[in-house]
Design a binder for this molecule. Sequence first.
Ligand SMILES: Nc1ncnc2c1ncn2[C@@H]1O[C@H](COP(=O)(O)OP(=O)(O)O)[C@@H](O)[C@H]1O
Ligand code: SF4
Ligand SMILES: [Mg+2]
Length: 374
Amino acid sequence: MVASDTSSDGRSPALLAEQVVQEFTVARSGSLRSAKVSAVAGVSFEVARGETLAIVGETGSGKTSLARTIIGAPHARGGRIDIAGQNVSSRSRKARHARHQLVQMIFQDPSSALDPTWSVERTVAEPLRRSNMTRKQRQDAVAECLRQVGLDPSIHGKRRPSELSGGQQQRVAIARALVCRPALVICDEPVTALDAATQAQVVELLAELKREFHLTYLLIAHDLAVVQQLADRVATMYLGKICEEASVSQLFRAPAHPYTAALLSAIPSFTPDERPRLRLLGEPPSPMDPPSGCRFRARCAFAQEVCAQIEPVKREIRPDHLVACHFPLDETGRPAPDAPAPFRTSGESASGPLVSAGSRRSPAEPPVPDAGTE
Ligand SMILES: Nc1ncnc2c1ncn2[C@@H]1O[C@H](COP(=O)(O)OP(=O)(O)O)[C@@H](O)[C@H]1O
Ligand code: SF4
Ligand SMILES: [Mg+2]
């Protein structure tokens, strides 16, 4: 396997997403009328070649829907997706074929992502089905890729998924994703289904492969330690929108969006003592009926009237640090000194103060932002 660079121009980003929208039509409970769920509500971002961008956010924020839209899920409703300079947004056969070569995905649960009746060799060879390689070249590529993910082609090649451990299954899924040298690899919670010891090995494998082959990952992960280990940049997603984007070091040191700050506050080791801790109150609103203005306002300690009226757009507040908030937090974790007093005060909260300087959550509470179930 060689470095991932399948585009002819060599200059465009690995991924360019512009105003991507994905909607589902669902039945409304207690009503005969259907409703529209905006799982991805106009998302734009870029991933440079060789970069890993992590997407974090609570369950239901639209991370998997975004990933599936990029790999060509049928519910995409709008926007443009370019991978390595090629527009793959259309439904044409040509675009679908290009997409198959350019982007591959590693799913959360390898046991359900692999066909139980297929051997490891057949599974890993599948993305090469439409290549013009000879049979021998395909076999060699599969064997090489298996070795690169730490499997022995002569031992594991003929096995079925049920004859492998969870970690080995995820290695097979990684080999399948990498065998056609895609320009972009999407990893959707790649270690969540594995036990702790295996998680560490698979994260290390993904890091090694990235270093060796200059891979580009779009990483969806709720474990911020995994994000810290693998990612260069992080984007926070809330109710179908990206609300903040920055380098890992910048975002973890000085999150500017109250939502990101609240996610990080849930993990003691990620928020220095001197920064105020923000509590994430209540549940996210339904994507069937998102609030006007800022989608986070019902849960935000700093909401003002303008937050209900005008949707904040992503803007650069520091070099390479983008945030969609009318009153971003400064480097000390507080709204800028000239920001008006909160529209909703902490005293109005039924569940205690919204902002608690220095208070820590108990380490016994789940140390993950993705607090729901997948
Ligand atoms: N196939 C589907 N049909 C209807 N709604 C869906 C479907 N898939 C996801 N959703 C909804 O879209 C929203 C985003 O879900 P998802 O992309 O899975 O979020 P995440 O990966 O961040 O947990 C949720 O409200 C979810 O219920
Ligand atoms: S301050 Fe306003 S715009 Fe910023 S996150 Fe809170 S509600 Fe949204
Ligand atoms: Mg998901």
